[in-house]
Design a protein around this ligand. Sequence first.
Ligand code: 13P
Length: 249
Amino acid sequence: MRSYYIAGNWKMHKTVAESVALAKELKEKLAGCGEKVLVAPAFTALAAVAEALKGSNILLGAQNMGPEEQGAHTGEVSVLMLKDLGVKAVILGHSERRHSYSEGDALINKKVLLALKHGIEPILCVGETLEEREGGTLEAVIGMQVREGLKGVEAAALKSVTIAYEPVWAIGTGKTATPEDADAVHAYIRKVLASLYGETASKSMCIQYGGSVKADNAASLMAKPNIDGALVGGASLKVDTFAPIALFR
Ligand code: 13P
């Protein structure tokens, strides 16, 4: 049976105590959940959440990381530090990083390669703005983000990579792409992947959808052939709104 990958991006929310409380609730509620589930708390809560999740299937993720292993990089958190805390995956190239912090494809690619080098699975986020969609450059934008983000990634490493398609206009706005629209972009991403790595590799890659995913639209999105999971923001902040997404079937 096809397995889905549901990730919760907690963004800049929750104290350590609040993060631990949510992690414990999720651990209980999602015991036995057959999907791959990940939560990505703030850096400050990673250690405590790692502890709280011990004995559960829920994986620990980070929301970003620095592009270097170590050194004089004030304010950055390194891949080695994440690994040390038991982080299994890292969200890279989120649109909030691209747009609010000017992260470009080259920087994101450097992080993708560094994460893979250290055995942390990157979730590479791509997505177009409304202006780009309406201006007819959706495919050019997404194609570029996928190609540049994966530059230098070998075919053998692909099984550790997830792509998250998050249309910028759907993030935190309550506007979701229709399942048909989202699936069409996912299919295009697969086409780009096939041109880079071949059909078989492209078909087996996990592509999550993100952007106002809620309990009431998760099932219809994930019913689409090219949508393999969800990257959830707002609805991942409470057990009552996140658990039903992970338990959608
Ligand atoms: P929302 O689910 O709040 O729209 O956020 C999506 C997102 O950015 C997940 O990374």
